[in-house]
Design a protein around this ligand. Structure first.
Ligand code: AMP
Length: 280
């Protein structure tokens, strides 16, 4: 695995590669890698000649300074895991390299409705920050395929919007959400939970699953109220539990037959914000 730390060097390297018509697959991450991330790398390796992974904790997408400061950093372990997974190139830019003075000027993306709901509504500025970093990364890497986890369901829709807005010739390959044995969605932020908190956090998936099992018989609003109460009784702060259509994330009041749906939630426990979703 080659480690490259500046966009200029990465561009030079990939220019040589692209003349040999080798396909490039790209997996952007913020590090503290777990099996969910590695599943994206494995899929990318199967489908491309060259697998590029980036690790960059993007300050622009954190709407809470404390979350940014506490975000786990485990670069050495990540490097070992990426070598084992067969990564060809690890791009490890600094904040300075990603956002030199010329890039610092405010860029605003027209994300529209997608930025006003769910994560967009609860984390102001978050998706603008995501769009900025992914825009710069795609300009540098110019991959044929971009690997994104459905763990961040809304993020996939946002990045598709960015690709359409900017005309990038990149297709998104969505990858399934990987869970811990308990059902808890794997997340780098799980590391900030106590042992008890991590065990309790399995309840998020259990409650979503429970709603999915009942949703064809009972109203979504009554199920949502019960799930919210159960979670709150167990020390969770619930930001949202919402049902939406998968294709455009239109928020639905109740179950609708015949269209792919997704149930999404964001909760906090022990000061850590966690998200999860189930596709129906
Ligand atoms: P992050 O490092 O959190 O920015 O995530 C980098 C990529 O890994 C994103 O496309 C995430 O959706 C994906 N990812 C994170 N957690 C999981 C998971 N549990 N299962 C599948 N993909 C994931």
């Amino acid at each position: 695995m080659i480690i490259i730390k500046t966009s200029e060097k990465l561009k030079q390297f990939l220019k040589v590669e692209s003349t040999s018509k080798r396909s490039i697959g790209f997996v952007p991450t913020m590090g503290a890698l777990h099996a969910g991330h590695i599943s994206l790398v494995t899929l990318c390796k199967q489908q491309n000649d060259l697998t590029v992974v980036s690790i960059f904790i993007n300050p622009l997408q954190f709407n809470e300074q404390k979350d940014f400061e506490n975000y786990p950093l485990k670069t050495e372990e990540d490097i070992v895991a990426l070598i084992h997974a067969g990564t060809n190139i690890l791009y490890l830019p600094s904040v300075q390299d990603m956002y030199p003075a010329r890039e610092a000027s405010e860029v605003v993306y027209e994300l529209g409705y997608l930025d006003q709901i769910l994560e967009g509504a609860h984390r102001p500025g978050h998706f603008q920050g995501v769009a900025r970093v992914v825009d710069l990364l795609l300009q540098t890497v110019q991959p044929q395929r971009l690997y994104l986890g459905t763990k961040d369901f809304q993020q996939i829709r946002i990045i598709q919007r960015l690709i359409d807005l900017k005309g990038f010739k990149t297709s998104i390959v969505p990858a399934p959400l990987v869970r811990e044995e308990s059902g808890l969605a794997m997340s780098s932020r799980n590391e900030r939970l106590s042992i008890v908190g991590r065990r309790n956090a399995a309840m998020i998936y259990q409650q979503l699953k429970w709603i999915c099992d009942k949703i064809r018989e009972q109203s979504f609003s009554s199920l949502k109220t019960l799930a919210r109460e159960n979670l709150e009784r167990n020390g969770f702060e619930v930001e949202y539990i919402e049902l939406a259509s998968q294709s455009d994330l239109r928020i639905l009041k109740d179950y609708e037959k015949g269209i792919p749906l997704v149930l999404l939630a964001a909760v906090r426990i022990e000061g850590v914000r966690l998200i999860d979703n189930i596709q129906l």
